[in-house]
Design a binder for this molecule. Sequence first.
Ligand code: FPP
Length: 244
Amino acid sequence: MEKAELPHFDVLPQHVAIIMDGNGRWAKSRNLPRTEGHKVGGRVFRMICDYAADLGIKYLTFYAFSTENWKRPQQEVDAIMDLFRDYLFEMEDRKAENEERGYNIRFIGEKTGMPEDILNLFGTVEGDSEKQNKTHINIAVNYGGRKEIVHSVKEIALKVAAGEISADDINEEMISDNIYTAGQPDPDLIIRPSGEYRLSNFLTWQSAYSEFWYSDILWPDFTKEDFNKALEEYSKRHRRFGGI
Ligand code: FPP
């Protein structure tokens, strides 16, 4: 999209995080298998990713698969894993375009339990994009916010055990430095479609001061206009509460 065609927002969040919810219900309402909802959800993910980057949002985090999602029927889990594979192969193919767009892609979540081939592809896509700095895209896969905090605390405990730091040195910054999003700003805005009003273990540590935007729209129906609405509301809230 040409820059001139893009809408203007008085205040743009630096970091937007999205819970891509409602794929199953979207499919059910059309008498389609749930996996069709995920397929369309995957397309919407790509579209919003590029659109948000075009708008100039520097950090994006998408909740694609939680540590709890393994409880779903095996066929659905397998279909979601296949969608990740499709996306990862596509990112490899799009390497030059991603470089031009300045995409830095990071997969955040537990590595244990993930299929080996997907982990390898994560490594390739992360490696290919690690030097880029225009738009940071975090994709949360096998992610749980509480597990992330435990992971951070364990890293710090190792430093205490090794005598590198003392327990008294532990502070908030240290926890932030050892979570998966280390080095990135916390999300300013968290978007959850599908009429659910919870965080569902998403960015538990990072969301302490985030603004939330909810909508009844199901993720496969989510459009650029919905994204604009969330940004518009964010900019108003920011104007009301920010600054003097
Ligand atoms: C939540 O909707 C969605 C998921 C658990 C899967 C999200 C996966 C994708 C959007 C596709 C692939 C992603 C990438 C990064 C290529 P739900 O199934 O819980 O919906 P429901 O609440 O209506 O059942």
